[in-house]
Write a protein that binds this ligand. Sequence first.
Ligand SMILES: [Cu+2]
Length: 155
Amino acid sequence: MTTSRVGRGGLRGPGAFVSCIEWRSWPTIGKVVRYLRLVLAALCLGAVVACGGSGGGSGAPAGSTQVHLMDFSFKPKDITVSSGKVVFFLVNGGPAAHDMLIADSTGKTVARSSLVQAGDTFTFTIANLAAGKYIFYCDVPGHRDAGMEGTLTVS
Ligand SMILES: [Cu+2]
């Protein structure tokens, strides 16, 4: 490898091209940034798909509250979190699919997760949750009546 091309003004040769990307051409940097964003987006999508499709393996995100979905209960069933951005890491040990729906004291739905298939995990993020008392339950028909509900205190 030779680095003698670096710094040359023209666009000939790979050295000049690399130099151009790194130091010179803003439009080219824009393209690279867009490309990196695409790659990042693809990676994120891949992570979500992996999360939703294969289950296991992925750990709980930092700052998240882990909640186990079971037939037919939540563990823990009484949860306290701080107001603002709230992240639940839902772990479904199977065998049935479950979700998590959060409702305020009037019963109005505030947020709901995707359906989490047996053996899967799901990161359930609520962008901004106000302080107060909430209930949560599984919205799959029959599951709430079977015991899949709990209380959420946001302080
Ligand atoms: Cu359920």
